[in-house]
Design a protein around this ligand. Structure first.
Ligand code: 4GM
Length: 258
C-alpha cells in the first residue's frame, strides 16, 4: 500500500488530505495511509526547541539536524527500515506528472517539511534522497508542497477516482493540456456552449477536444508542445494529429491576415 510519512511541526495541516474529498475517500478505502512525525518530540533540550540561529549570521532561524534525523529514523524504522526521503524545497527538481506517476506506483516516501529559512545542510547530506519543488516560489513551510504531492499521487491510484477514466483524460497524461469543459445552461450571459458538444456525435467531440488541447498547449506552453511534438514525431504523427495541426495553423494564419 502507498504510505507517506510526514516529518512536520504542523501535523494538523495534513487533515487537508486525510479528512477531505477524494484523498479522504481513498484513505477510507484503504488505498493509502499517512503517519506524521513531529520533530519537537525529539528536541532533546530543556526548551524543546527545534530551530536555532544560523552560523554566519543573518535573519531567521534554521531547523536543527538532530530532531529531524531522529524523526526520520523513527519513520524509517516504522516502515521496516526503508523509505526514500523527499525534501520539499524551492531548490529541488521540479515535480512533474511523470514523477507523480512514479511515486504513486511506489510504496511512498518520507516527506520532510521545512520551516523557517530551511534545514541544516548536514541533515540533507545525511538523510535526504531527493529534493523536489512545486515551482519557483517560496512557501512559509514545506507542508503545503507535501500536501500537493500527496494529493497528486493519491488521485493516480487505481480506485481513487469514482470515474476511472478521469485520471487518464486530464492534463499532462498525453503530454498536453486539458480541453475546455462546459455544463448547463447552454447559454450563460449570452455565451453559448460550442455546438459540437451538444451534437451527440462522439467522434466529432473527441476530435474537437484533441484540437483544443493541441491549440491551447501550443499557445500557452510552447515548451510542453515542443516536447509533445518531438515525442510524437519520433513515432510518426497520426493522420488525424497532422490534420488538426494544419487546421490550427490555418486559423492562426487567418487571424494574422485580418
Ligand atoms: C526549504 C527552505 C517548497 C524549504 C526554505 C517548500 C516552496 C516550496 C522551505 C523553506 C517551501 C516549493 C519551505 N517553499 N516551491 N518552503 O515547492 O521555506
Amino acid at each position: 500500500m502507498l504510505r507517506f510519512d510526514a516529518i512536520t511541526l504542523f501535523p494538523e495541516m495534513f487533515a487537508a488530505v486525510t479528512e477531505h474529498g477524494i484523498t479522504r475517500r481513498a484513505r477510507e478505502r484503504g488505498l493509502w495511509q499517512l503517519v506524521c512525525w513531529n520533530p519537537r518530540q525529539w528536541a532533546g533540550n530543556a526548551y524543546g526547541s527545534v530551530d536555532d540561529r544560523p552560523f554566519g549570521g543573518g535573519p531567521g532561524m534554521v531547523m536543527r539536524a538532530e530532531p529531524l534525523e531522529r524523526a526520520i529514523d523513527a519513520a524509517k524504522a516504522a516502515r521496516g527500515g526503508t523509505g526514500r526521503v523527499i525534501y520539499l524545497s524551492p531548490q529541488g527538481q521540479p515535480l512533474t506528472h511523470a514523477r507523480v506517476k512514479a511515486l504513486a506506483a511506489s510504496d511512498g516516501a518520507i516527506l520532510l517539511c521545512g520551516r523557517y529559512e530551511g534545514v541544516d545542510e548536514r541533515l540533507i547530506e545525511r538523510r535526504v534522497d531527493e529534493e523536489m519543488s512545486l515551482g519557483d516560489f517560496v512557501l512559509s513551510g514545506g507542508e503545503i508542497a507535501a500536501l500537493a504531492l500527496i494529493d497528486a499521487a493519491v488521485r493516480q491510484l487505481p480506485g481513487a477516482l469514482n470515474d476511472e477514466a478521469s485520471a487518464a483524460e486530464e492534463s499532462f497524461v498525453d503530454g498536453l493540456l486539458d480541453c475546455p469543459h462546459y455544463t448547463r445552461p447552454e447559454v450563460y450571459e449570452g455565451l453559448p456552449v460550442p455546438e459540437v458538444l451538444l451534437s451527440g456525435h462522439h467522434e466529432n467531440i473527441r476530435r474537437w477536444r484533441l484540437k483544443q488541447s493541441l491549440a491551447r498547449t501550443r499557445e500557452r506552453r510552447p515548451e510542453l508542445f515542443a516536447q509533445w511534438l518531438a515525442q510524437k514525431a519520433a513515432r510518426g504523427l497520426s493522420k488525424e494529429e497532422a490534420q488538426l495541426l494544419r487546421e490550427i495553423d490555418e486559423v492562426e494564419a487567418g487571424a494574422l491576415r485580418s
